[in-house]
Design a protein around this ligand. Sequence first.
Ligand code: UD1
Ligand code: CA
Length: 476
Amino acid sequence: MTDALLAVVILAAGEGTRMKSSTAKVLHPIAGVPMIGHVLSTAAALRPSRTVAVVRHQRDAVASAIAELSDEVLIVDQDDVPGTGRAVELALAALNDFEGDIVVISGDVPLLDAETLTDLIDEHRQRERAASVLSALVDDPTGYGRIVRDDQGEFRRIVEHKDAADDELGISEVNSGAYVFRSTALRDSLASVGTANASGEKYLTDVIELIVGNSLAVGANPVYESWVVAGVNDRAQLSDVQARLNAMIVRGHQLNGVSIDDPATTWIDRAVSIEPDAHILPGTFLKGATSIARGAVVGPDTTLRDCEIGEDATVSRTDATLAVIEANAAVGPFSYLRPGTILGAGGKIGAFVETKNAKIGRGSKVPHLSYIGDTTVGEESNIGAGTITANYDGVAKHATVVGSHVRTGSHNVFVAPVTIADGAYTAAGTVVRRNVPAGALGMTVAQQRNVEGWVENNRSGTAAAEAATHATTESE
Ligand code: UD1
Ligand code: CA
C-alpha cells in the first residue's frame, strides 16, 4: 500500500568534483549497483505516492540510469541557481498539487535504509513537526552542517561548516542530509531562502531557522550508528562505504547458513543468492546475478559474474562469466569460463582450460590444458589433454560437435565445423578435419621414422651422444 501523504525527493544534481571522475558520482557502483540504485531502493521501500529525482551534472547519464532502475521516478532538471535549497524548490514545483510529508535524501548517501527513515517519519508525524532532520554524532564533523541547539537543547538551525562560527565548529552533532518536511512549511520557507552565504548557494538547511521563526515544531534525531548516513564525496569514502556494505552482505549470508571463511577478502554483490551450506573460500568475488546452490564450494581466488553454480559443485581458482555449472561438477583450479559455458552434472573442467559457448554434457570432462569454444559435448565423454577447437577460420566461427561416450586423444585439434560421433575415439596428436563416425578411431596417420645413429653422427661429443654410445655398448 502506498502512503498517499508521502513523497520522496532525491538530490542528485551535484557535480561530485571530489571524485575526480568522468563518471557521475551517483553512478559509481557499490556491490554491483550504481550508488543511486541503493538510494532508489530505499525510497521505494517507503512506498511514497511520488518520487522525484533532481539532476543536472551529467544529466543524461544520471537520468537514464534512474529510468533503468525504476520506472516510477519523475526526473526534474535543476537550473543555474546552485544549492540543495534550489534543487528541492524545483522538485516541489514538479510535485505541484502534492500535500503531505516530503522526505528529502541525497543520491550520495547509499547506506541509509528505509527503517531509519521510517522511524524519522513516525517521530515527525507523532510530534506534528514541520521539519525533522536525521542527524549523527560524529568524531570528526569537518565539512558537515552542524545542528545548533539552544540552552534547553531545542533544535534551532543548521549552520554549514563554511559559515560556522568558531564555537559552532566544535559541535559534533551534524546534519545527515536526510529530512522529512511538511510540504506547506517547506514551500513557504524555501521561497524566502537567499544565497548570502560562503558558497553563494541556496541552502536547503536555511529553512530550519525560518520554520522555527514561524513557531512551527522542528526536531533533529540522531542515528544510532553514524555510518548509516556516511556520504560519498571522494574515492576514499567510496571504498569505506563499499567495505561497510560488503561486510553487511557477507554477514547476512553467514547468518543464513553460508560458510564464509574470510569476510575481508570475500566480495559479494547485492543481487547474489547463496543457499545454506554453501562454502565460500577466501579471495572470492561473486558478482551480478550469480547464484550458488547448497553444498557448493567456491574459491579460493575465484571470480564469478552472473554464474549459476549447482548443488555440491566445486569451483576453485576460476574466472567465470555467464556460466552454468550443474550439480556435483568440478571446475578448476585455473580455469577460464567465458559466456555460454554450461557444464553438466558431475562434469569437469580442469586446470588451464578455457571454454566459451561450450555445452559439456553430464559426466563429461575436459581435464587439462585445452581451449573449447563453440562446442557441444554429449554425456560421459573425455576430451584429451591439450585439445584445441579451431573454431575460427579468420572470417567466421564454426561449431564442433562431440557425441556421448567419446574418448579423444591428447593434443588434438578439432578443425570446425566437425563432428566426432557417439562412442568414437581419436588418436593422440590427431588433427580432426573430417567427421569421425560413431565408434570409429580417427587418426591423422604420419608414420614415425627413426634415423638410427643420428645423434652420434651429427652431435658427437655431446652428453646425448655419450649417453647413446653408452646405452648401445651396454646392450651389446
Ligand atoms: C549537505 C548539507 C550539509 C550536510 C551534508 C550531509 C546543505 C547546504 N548542506 O552538504 O548540512 O551535513 O549534506 O552529507 O544542504 N545537490 C543538488 N543540487 C545542488 C547541490 C547539491 O542536487 O545544487 C545534491 C548533491 O548531488 C548531493 C546532495 O545534494 O546528492 C548534497 O549536496 P552536497 O554538495 O554533497 O552537499 P554537502 O556539502 O555534502
Ligand atoms: Ca555530500
